[in-house]
Design a binder for this molecule. Structure first.
Ligand code: VGL
Ligand code: ZN
Length: 207
């Protein structure tokens, strides 16, 4: 892979894998594949969903609400989730089988109590930047490949934002798994295609 291309490995954390608080079906299946793909890239960044225990995306913090319900936040609709990826807790840790020693950075997102952040670039208020855009830009990265969990939430939002920030963005489909809530996977691919994000299988990646 060219040195202007980076890999973003999204939220491969215990809570999104089997036995986790918000387990993505077959989530851990992406790990061996991601470990192999990562070796093709000089620049790899990992993300961690990283919430305070009182985060407003947790159904438990809305009296009477249940997980997977939708509520209105000042920035728009917000799905309520089971309590997951509580900062520094075991569920928030990267999955122990993830093996990417040359990852340059780990970016944490979703730290603000009142704002969720599926995207690794822009929080859900669509204003607050994480700084990742600057990290990639200052290293001369122009292309970003995406893998991880979940296809239809954090991967999709990150890839769409990356494309909007001017990076040529590609989702590696077989290196992701989806939550697929209320048709969210189909809608995510529709949005990604509309935004100009490319979709490939890992077998088509150059060495
Ligand atoms: C995610 C729901 C809530 C994700 C994070 O990583 O896709 N999904 N928080
Ligand atoms: Zn989250």
């Amino acid at each position: 892979m060219q040195n202007n291309a980076a890999l973003l490995v999204v939220d491969v954390q215990n809570d999104f894998c089997s036995g986790g608080a918000l387990a993505v079906p077959d989530g851990e299946a992406v790990i061996p594949l991601i470990n192999r793909i990562a070796r093709k890239f000089t620049t790899v960044v990992l993300t961690q969903d990283w919430h305070p225990a009182d985060h407003t995306s947790f159904a438990a913090n809305h009296p009477g609400a249940a997980p997977f319900q939708t509520v209105q936040m000042p920035y728009g609709a917000q799905t309520l989730w089971p309590t997951h990826c509580v900062m520094a807790g075991p569920g928030a840790a990267l999955h122990p089988a993830l093996d990417i020693p040359h990852a340059a950075m780990i970016l944490r997102k979703g730290l603000q109590r009142h704002v969720d952040s599926y995207s690794a670039f822009l929080e859900a208020d669509r204003i607050t930047r994480t700084g990742l855009n600057g990290f990639f830009a200052s290293r001369g990265i122009t292309e970003i490949y995406f893998a991880g969990l979940a296809t239809d939430f954090c991967v999709a939002w990150s890839a769409e934002d990356a494309q909007k920030f001017g990076f040529r963005s590609t989702v590696i489909e077989d290196a992701c798994r989806a939550i697929d809530l209320n048709d969210s996977l189909r809608l995510a691919w529709e949005r990604l295609t509309e935004a100009g994000v490319r979709r490939v299988m890992s077998t088509s990646l150059a060495r």
